[in-house]
Design a protein around this ligand. Structure first.
Ligand code: HPA
Length: 265
C-alpha cells in the first residue's frame, strides 16, 4: 500500500527526497500552509490514515521551507481514533520511501512542571509508554526488537536547541508520558505520572517514535504546552477547545525555531 502511495506522491511532487519530515499536532496544522509546494489531501491517498480530529489540517505538503525540501503532514491519526497504535506506519513508511532520514514530531501536551507554562514548548528528551500499546505488536521479524535507549536523536535535539537559543525562545527538555486518551487524565493520574518521572502528558507521538526507530528514521519531538496537567491549576477546565485555542501561541514559537533550524542545516 505504501509503495503505491509513494508512486502517487512522486508523480505529483517529484523524485527529490525531502530533507525533513514534519508531523503537525493538534492546533498546529497551520504550518502546513507555510510550505511552498505540492499539496496532496489525505483523501486523495487511498489507505492513508485520515486525521479525524478537529484542529488538524489533513494534507501532505511537499515543498520548500527556508530553502529546504520538507514533507509536512498537516495532521496525524491518533490511537484513540481507531484503537490501532500502528495507524501512523503508512505515513512514516512513505517518508522513508521518499528517501527522508529525519523526522520531527510535534504535539499539544499538558505540562507537569511549573517552569513549563501554557504557551511554552518542551522538547522530548525521552518518553514513557504509559498507554502500554506498541505499534510493533504482530511484526514478524527480529527487527521488531528495536532499542529505545537513545530514541530521541541527539543531533536533531542539539540543532533545535541551538535554533531556539538563537531565537531567544525557551526550549526546556523533558520526558513525555503517553496516555491513550481521548478522555483527559485524572488529577491522580497526573500525580502518578509526576512520580514516574514525566514532565508532560499527551495522547500521541510515542507510537510514532517507536515506528520511526523501527524504520531507521532519526526522530525528535517537540510539545506545545496548552495547559497544566489535570488538577494542577485550581481554576483550569481542560478541554479540546482549550488545546486548539492555546496551541497557536506555542506554534508561533515552534515555527521560528523550525525556520532557524532549517536555515542552519
Ligand atoms: N493531556 C493529554 N493530552 C493533552 C493535554 C493533556 O493535558 N493537553 C493537550 N493534549
Amino acid at each position: 500500500m505504501s509503495d503505491e502511495l509513494i508512486e502517487l506522491i512522486r508523480a505529483r511532487a517529484g523524485d527529490s527526497a525531502p530533507r525533513l519530515g514534519l508531523v503537525l499536532g493538534s492546533g498546529l496544522g497551520h504550518l502546513a500552509n507555510e510550505v511552498n509546494g505540492v499539496e496532496i489531501p489525505y483523501s486523495d491517498m487511498p489507505g492513508f490514515p485520515q486525521a479525524g480530529v478537529s484542529g488538524h489540517n489533513p494534507k501532505l505538503v511537499i515543498g520548500e521551507l527556508e530553502g529546504v525540501r520538507v514533507a509536512v503532514f498537516g495532521g496525524r491519526a491518533h490511537y484513540y481514533e481507531h484503537g490501532n497504535p500502528a495507524e501512523m506506519r503508512v505515513p512514516l513508511e512513505i517518508l522513508r520511501g521518499l528517501g527522508t532520514q529525519e523526522l520531527l514530531l510535534t504535539n499539544a501536551a499538558g505540562s507537569l512542571r511549573p517552569d513549563i507554562m501554557p504557551g511554552g514548548l518542551m522538547m522530548l528528551s525521552d518518553h514513557i509508554n504509559f498507554a502500554g500499546h506498541n505499534p510493533l505488536i504482530k511484526e514478524p521479524s527480529d527487527t521488531r526488537f528495536v532499542p529505545m535507549t537513545q530514541a530521541h536523536d541527539t543531533t536533531i535535539r542539539q540543532g533545535l536547541a541551538r535554533a531556539a537559543a538563537a531565537e531567544d525562545i525557551a526550549l526546556p527538555e523533558g520526558v513525555y508520558c503517553w496516555f491513550s486518551g481521548p478522555s483527559f487524565e485524572t488529577p491522580a493520574e497526573i500525580r502518578a505520572a509526576k512520580i514516574l518521572g514525566a514532565d508532560a502528558v499527551g495522547m500521541s507521538t510515542v507510537p510514532e517514535v517507536i515506528l520511526a526507530r523501527f524504520l531507521g528514521l532519526r526522530v525528535a519531538a517537540v510539545s506545545v504546552i496548552t495547559n497544566m496537567g489535570a488538577g494542577m491549576k485550581a481554576d483550569e477546565q481542560i478541554s479540546h477547545a482549550q488545546t486548539k485555542a492555546m496551541a497557536p501561541l506555542g506554534a508561533a514559537k515552534l515555527e521560528r525555531i523550525l525556520r532557524r533550524y532549517l536555515r542552519n542545516l
